[in-house]
Design a protein around this ligand. Structure first.
Ligand code: RM4
Ligand code: NI
Length: 286
């Protein structure tokens, strides 16, 4: 068996004092098995390819994130418009007295959320610029930016193979957009099952962040939509109820009246005085 290549620091860092460098691969060509004298963080921006790491294959694409140590052997095969950044670093060159291992997980393979990618991209761009310079301040700034990057990755990454539990902030985004996208049919139990989330934990998180329970939020959204339809369309009450997710229009009237103090028709009548706009086109598909 042939020994893998061993990439040397001297070939990849512009100076010996720089602890971090960014090796942009636009694209990443196929690259034979190798180990490094340094550590490597890989963020995949685009395309796809087969990443072999310590004999394990990973089909990689946009949003994949790898933490590679000096002893890890990896290669890229069957690449297809693969674009990635290698953030390479030498821990022994850091000057900040930090326990860096605390920011770097044992598991090598992760996924980054879309938001995490956007945040990481900005910091990596700055890092690429600063790490090319050679003055003392740039060296310090490089180290600080690297710290910022590993913290961002820590916050926005999720395990690639463990059912994909999303980070907290992202769970909420996902839930909000699912609720808003299916006001009439949203089902929290189904949603949690589909995304392998704990319903209880998600409810708690939702309440902490919004001051409401998801069901309450959904009911308010439905009532908002109902008010909008009553006011701006000629839909029959039953139709309004159905479009807002109430199967039973009597039940809809009860909830509507309890929440607004007016029955749906009384609510509608308020506006009929002002304008005879029964069959107005909706300004957008609500
Ligand atoms: C290569 C490839 C390797 C990386 C070097 C710095 O193109 O991405 O994984 O170690 O660059
Ligand atoms: Ni490498």
């Amino acid at each position: 068996m042939t020994l893998p290549l061993r990439l040397a620091k001297a070939d990849y860092f512009p100076s010996e004092m720089m602890p971090v460098a960014v090796a942009e691969r636009t694209p990443q060509p196929s690259f034979p098995a190798h180990i490094h004298e340094f550590n490597e963080l890989v963020v995949v921006w685009r395309g796809n390819g087969l990443h072999m790491m310590n004999d394990r294959p990973w089909l990689i694409t946009c949003g994949d994130l790898f933490y590679i140590g000096p002893g890890d052997c990896h290669s890229y095969e069957s690449v297809n418009d693969l674009v990635l950044d290698n953030i390479i670093y030498c821990p022994e060159r850091f000057r900040l007295e930090l326990d860096w291992s605390q920011f770097l997980p044992q598991e090598p393979a992760w996924r980054l959320t879309t938001r995490g990618m956007a945040l990481a991209r900005g910091v990596i761009q700055q890092l690429a610029q600063e790490s090319r310079k050679s003055d003392l301040l740039s060296r310090q700034l490089t180290e600080a930016l690297f710290l910022q990057l590993v913290l961002i990755l820590q916050r926005h990454r999720y395990a690639a193979n463990s059912g994909g539990h999303l980070p907290e902030g992202e769970q909420l985004d996902l839930l909000m957009s699912a609720i808003q996208g299916q006001i009439a049919h949203f089902d929290l139990g189904e949603f949690c099952q589909q995304h392998q989330l704990s319903e209880r934990a998600l409810k708690t998180l939702f309440r902490q962040q919004t001051g409401m329970m998801p069901a309450q939020y959904l009911r308010q959204l439905r009532l908002c939509k109902a008010k909008f339809l009553l006011r701006s369309s000629g839909c029959l009450i039953g139709e309004v109820a159905a479009r807002c997710g109430f199967d039973d229009s009597n039940y809809f009237s009860v909830v509507f009246t309890r929440e607004t103090g007016l029955t749906p028709s009384a609510f509608r009548q308020q506006f009929e005085h002002h304008a005879q706009r029964k069959n107005l086109l909706l300004p957008y598909e609500y």
